[in-house]
Ligand binder design. Structure first.
Ligand SMILES: [Zn+2]
Length: 314
């Protein structure tokens, strides 16, 4: 199927039969498989559903069975339009904007975005290698911008409202953002960077000792206003942080700490697919929609409304 933009895609998908056929092709590449028993060659019924050809199974299933689109009242074409929009926007898209584009409520758009974010990126990525820059940053609201109630909540908890995020990036290669949480900086690096790598960090004490574990560990001392020492600098990863902060501040306005991991994944995904076309990114995401089910209650963990969440600003 050839299309150059959202308008052409949506006009093609306006026919339900065509829409299902196109998704079946994206999902199975022309060879549908029963999601219950993995048998090949199911019968296509008049209703547009499939019936498993295995004598022991014989189950009926639709093209969206077992995908993030299953059991949704949102039409498949709308989902596909949303995947395209989220794949194509360089800095992401807010739920308010998506609601306007798709003609749905903001709450529905919010849920769509979170479901799609769930499929973006590599669930089991390889460790980073070659020259790897690593640095930490903090994402979170300023106390003076909070109302008194929220400020008090945070102060009673006795913790900083900022969340530490580690950015790691192969020069001219892949990048990754991880919420540090209870791990140490070194744990996060060990988990994500191959020991073969040439590692570059600032001179923060938390990185000390990594030179024993890595082929090479070079540091720049930011406190002494040293930012570049030949090959050794962390400017690329700092640029990568600014794209996370820009998308949170400019597009999403506020992010709850609980969802920060997914925003980190989305920012990493955009960086890692920067050389792909919008269409290829769309196709890849549509294929990844297979086998991920995230229910609304899972997503919000039975909290009444996303608006009442603990929001933080960058
Ligand atoms: Zn079957």
């Amino acid at each position: 199927m050839e299309f150059k933009n959202l308008k052409e895609l949506m006009s093609y998908l306006s026919d339900l039969k065509r829409c299902r056929e196109y998704y079946a092709w994206l999902r199975w590449g022309g060879n549908p498989i029963c999601p219950h028993c993995n048998a090949a060659k199911p019968y296509l019924l008049k209703s547009g559903k499939y019936r498993c050809s295995s004598k022991t199974c014989k189950m009926d299933f639709s093209v969206v069975k077992g995908t993030i689109f299953e059991k949704s009242h949102i039409p498949l074409a709308t989902w596909m339009g949303a995947v395209y929009l989220l794949s194509a926007h360089k800095k992401g898209i807010s739920s308010c904007q998506l609601a306007r584009d798709l003609g749905c409520t903001q709450k529905t758009a919010w849920f769509i975005l979170h479901r799609i974010r769930h499929i973006m990126g590599d669930p089991d990525p390889e460790p980073l290698t070659n020259i790897v820059e690593a640095d930490e940053t903090y994402v979170g609201g300023k106390f003076q911008n909070m109302n008194r109630g929220r400020r008090k909540q945070w102060q009673e908890k006795g913790i900083d409202n900022k969340v530490a995020v580690m950015g790691m990036l192969e020069r001219d290669g892949k990048a990754r953002l991880t919420v540090i949480g209870k791990n140490t900086f070194k744990d996060v690096i060990r988990e994500n960077v191959s020991p073969e790598a040439i590692l570059m960090t600032d001179s923060h004490l938390s990185y000390q000792g990594l030179s024993m574990e890595y082929q090479c560990h070079l540091t720049v001392n930011h406190k002494e206003m040293q930012f570049r020492d030949g090959l050794c600098y962390t400017n690329t990863v700092e640029g990568f942080f600014s794209s996370l902060k820009r998308s949170i501040f400019g597009i999403y306005h506020s992010v709850s700490p609980k969802h920060l991991t997914q925003y980190c994944a989305e920012t990493s995904y955009r960086y890692n697919t920067r050389k792909m076309t919008d269409k290829d990114r769309f196709i890849e995401n549509m294929k990844a929609a297979n086998g991920h089910r995230l229910t609304y209650n899972n997503l919000i963990q039975k909290k009444p409304s996303p608006a009442k969440d603990e929001n933080i600003n960058p």
